[in-house]
Design a protein around this ligand. Structure first.
Ligand SMILES: [Zn+2]
Length: 165
């Protein structure tokens, strides 16, 4: 999903853990939402509406009951309101990936982590990617910044770790 913001920015929704996306449940739906979660053990997504905030101009986009997006302009310029309640303490996934035959114009390796102190770096050497992944994994684990970690090479898991909360 992509939203063309009125300011010219494009708000992209193609990955998990976005810092500018949230899920909204109406107060009149809240009890039904909680009941479904508790009794059926699953989220009733029909009651959940999406919300996005443009990282560039701060416009807030909220879906109405018929899934149409509406834009709202903040009084205070660029206040970001949809980030994690954990703030900079939010624990992020660490993902390293390598492909011997990448798509045209793409690097073979990529290391990504959106935690405070994380990175988004491209690699053309597997050993350098693996070293950088292990170093970042060690550093972010020690500072409790990770929820999971995954290093993949040509579709195979080389290393994986998940926080046991
Ligand atoms: Zn915008």
């Amino acid at each position: 999903m992509k939203i063309a913001c009125h300011c010219g920015a494009v708000i992209v929704d193609q990955t998990d853990f976005l810092s500018y996306k949230a899920y909204v449940v109406a107060d009149r739906d809240w009890e039904d939402f909680v009941d479904a979660s508790e009794s059926k053990g699953r989220i009733d997504s029909s009651l959940v509406r999406l919300s996005y905030q443009c990282p560039q101009c701060g416009r807030l986009y909220v879906e109405d009951a018929s899934r149409e997006l509406h834009a709202f302009i903040p009084d205070e310029h660029k206040v970001q309101v949809l980030g994690s309640s954990e703030g900079v303490d939010w624990r992020a996934p660490l993902i390293g990936s390598w492909n011997d035959r990448p798509y045209a114009g793409q690097a073979k390796g990529h290391l990504w982590c959106d935690a405070d102190g994380g990175t988004s770096t491209e690699f053309d050497d597997w050993e350098q990617l693996e070293l950088a992944y292990q170093a970042l994994f060690k550093r972010l684990r020690e500072s409790d910044r990770l929820r999971s970690a995954l290093l993949r090479k040509n579709g195979q898991d080389v290393h994986s770790w998940a926080c046991k909360a």
